[in-house]
Design a protein around this ligand. Structure first.
Ligand code: IVH
Length: 678
């Protein structure tokens, strides 16, 4: 055989192998991103990808633009080219009140001349940016932004870097031309991580996931876009040639899934306006737990024939509407900034705002986190700022509207003395947090220490809430956690707003708290950097207070997860005479615990549990403790690795997920029996 034919044979074998590798990679991508059901590990996937890369570098002529290796690497652009959309990219009318939806439904029924319920396809309204993806003969030919709806920008090189967007369509029914429309966005986690990285690198952060997604797609250098965690859900079709689409929107979405696109699993077909409103309610409840932000839901008349009959008004279809959720971001003015002192002395700047309503709640304070954050966001007193309040989280200042800064706006500076105890403030170079050096001399730190001690996950003293702790410290009745156990009925009754019965109840709760677990007790002490998990490790390792008190930093560091800093905090804490004194007073007052179970009594070691819903005989925390003492891990989300899901009354979506994954489910009673049998 001559050299030439050997090469040809090699080449055709390589061609065959390249084709097979691309098919495998595309299949794995599809299973991973679209079906959320991966077949192979990341390592196996990487292996296939590397093989393809090396074959392609050996045979560069065999590289095609749709190869999975060709997503990144286009040269940076000078500007984006304009793209005229073959079919305009429309917008949606917005609705806010339920009545708007009833009117929308009525208009449709009237226009269609029917009083039968209309079938609607309901979808989440994603908060990102609209993209049109044009495929010619099954290959991604062009990706463009919406622009003004008629003309957008060519962002093909950037969009190609998003792994879940197919470069080549799948399946048999591939149209000659199809424009698929969807929303490119960033998940909440992806956004948080991106901002963390930006912060660490001293770069500008993004105000919200929408800005981050839009900023990432509009990069002239696609290498930058490639490094951003972008995702897509598709929700419609523009131009199609050479193929008849199904007769309903929901079937079109199924067809798009078949072509290889990711469609949200939250899409649901419902009947009439009532169906839409029920969907809205459900999604509003789910909003918090979703992995990405949505700013409402969209209802679309499902039948495409009816859609055609309904047509458009100016720039929006008559057959669809966006039902917006209440805004989470509002504008207001920073009137002052105060510094709060935390349990460990950390100073937190808090903005006092001109009060504003954010869906039903008046917001007048927002956390500014620390001085670095203030500097980075360039916040001044007097500034108009965007404030965000999502769910139950503490309101936060997202950014400043610089154009509205008044001339007399004042910069914010760190006080030199503690606003509560006037001790000096320590701000270690390179650390974000500044601290009051007053220790337990500072009444703010004392209050916070006692609040933490009494809190639910610590000693769990019901009735000893933040307000009461403040009152008790201010009136001089207590100065430390140990003093809580000396409180008397007469003292409590003498307090403002405290009746006889409440005083009695509180004393009962104080008494009850004396029986605790070692881990909870350690957590309650409020040692710096010792959270629940570390407290548990310490309890498990040392088993007795004596042993822990005697431990040196070296011995502490031998415990997994305890590094030099935490070890130093722990050792320092137990060294401090004041702390030793409080601990012995607490023990004298009667605080006790069962010895931590030995590891051989841990029948549930290696098992993972998830608890959802309300249990009838114990609180969720009690169930968690019971499981953890027996060696189990308690997690907050269900996955294929979960061993058991404990289900109480009114369970959440975790129950559905457990059923879907076939995880063993224990109801209230079965769970009780299960624990008894161990
Ligand atoms: S449909 C003809 N569906 O909202 C209808 N849009 O205000 C065109 N959006 O520009 C849009 N989620 O960026 C549609 N499930 C969804 C959507 C959605 C988000 C965005 C999209 C559009 C804007 C309209």
């Amino acid at each position: 055989m001559n050299k030439h034919s050997a090469l040809t044979r090699n080449r055709s074998a390589a061609e065959e192998q390249i084709k097979k590798l691309r098919e495998q990679i595309n299949e794995h991508n599809y299973r991973y991103y679209v079906l959320d059901d991966p077949l192979v590990s990341d390592a196996e996937y990487d292996n296939l990808f590397q093989k393809l890369k090396s074959l392609e570098s050996e045979f560069p002529n065999l590289v095609t633009p749709d190869s999975p290796t060709q997503r990144v690497g286009a040269a940076p652009l000078k500007t984006f080219a304009e793209v005229k959309h073959a079919i305009p990219m429309l917008s949606l009318d917005n609705a806010f009140a339920d009545q708007d939806i009833l009117d929308f439904n009525k208009r449709i029924q009237d226009k269609l001349g029917t009083d039968k319920p209309i079938e609607f396809c309901c979808e989440p309204k994603l908060d990102g940016l609209a993209i049109s993806l044009r495929y010619e003969h099954g290959l991604l030919a062009q990706a463009s932004t919406r622009g003004d709806g008629t003309t957008g920008e060519d962002v093909t090189a950037n969009i190609k870097t998003i792994p879940m967007i197919p470069l080549r369509l799948r399946g048999q029914k591939i149209p000659r031309i199809i424009e698929v429309r969807g929303e490119v966005f960033m998940s909440k986690k992806g956004f948080a991580r991106l901002n963390e990285q930006a912060l660490a690198a001293g770069e500008k952060t993004f105000a919200n996931p929408r800005n981050a997604a839009a900023g990432s797609v509009r990069q002239l250098d696609s290498q930058i876009t490639a490094s951003r965690p972008l995702e897509i859900y598709v929700y419609g079709v523009g131009l199609v040639e050479g193929c008849r689409l199904p007769d309903s929107h929901s079937e079109i979405l199924d067809y798009l899934t078949g072509l290889g696109f990711r469609v949200s699993s939250l899409v649901k077909v419902v009947s009439g306006a009532e169906g839409c409103l029920a969907y809205y309610k459900k999604m509003l409840q789910k909003r918090e737990e979703l992995l990405f932000e949505i700013d409402g839901v969209v209802y679309k008349v499902n039948s495409t024939r009816e859609q055609e009959k309904l047509g458009f008004v100016s720039r929006a279809p008559r057959w669809a509407i966006a039902h917006k959720f209440p805004a989470e971001e509002v504008n207001t003015i920073i009137e002052a900034v105060e510094f709060q002192v935390g349990r460990t002395g950390a100073l937190t700047p808090v903005a006092r705002l001109k009060p504003v309503h954010v869906h039903g709640v008046t917001v007048s304070n927002a956390t500014l986190h620390n001085m670095d954050e203030i500097r980075r966001k360039d916040i001044h007193i007097g500034d108009t700022v965007i404030v965000r309040r999502a769910g139950d989280v503490i309101p936060e200042v997202v950014g400043v509207i610089k154009q509205r800064r008044p001339r007399d706006a004042k910069p914010i500076s760190l006080p030199r003395h503690c606003p509560v105890c006037h001790s000096s403030i320590e701000h270690i170079e390179g650390e974000a947090v500044a601290r009051c050096t007053g220790g337990l001399f500072c009444s703010a730190q004392r209050k916070e220490t006692i609040k933490h001690f009494a809190s639910r996950r610590a000693m769990d003293i019901e009735g000893l809430g933040d307000k009461l702790v403040e009152q008790l410290v201010d009136t001089g009745l207590i100065a430390s956690a140990a003093d809580v156990y000396d409180l008397t009925q007469a003292q409590l009754e003498g307090l403002e707003r405290m009746g006889k019965k409440s005083a009695q109840n509180l004393l009962e709760q104080v008494e009850k708290s004396k029986s605790v677990t070692f881990a909870r007790f350690l957590y309650a002490l409020g040692i710096r950097e010792v959270g629940e998990a570390t407290a548990k490790s310490l309890a498990m390792h040392f088993k007795s207070l004596q042993a822990l008190k005697a431990a040196g930093e070296e011995e502490l560091q031998a415990i997994p997860d305890i590094g030099p800093v935490v070890a130093a905090h722990i050792a320092h804490f137990f060294h401090e005479p004041h702390n030793r004194d409080i601990i012995s007073k607490l023990i004298k007052a009667g605080i006790h615990w069962e010895e931590t179970r030995e590891s051989r009594h841990q029948p549930l070691a290696g098992k993972t549990f998830v608890i959802t819903g309300t249990l009838s005989t114990m609180t969720r925390d009690e169930a968690k403790d019971a499981l953890e003492q027996r060696g189990a891990r308690v997690s907050s989300s269900v996955s294929a690795k979960t061993s058991y899901v404990v289900v109480g009354a009114d369970p959440g979506s975790k129950y559905d997920k457990a059923k879907e994954l076939g995880v063993t489910i224990l109801d209230d009673e079965a769970f009780r029996k299960f624990l008894q049998k161990l």
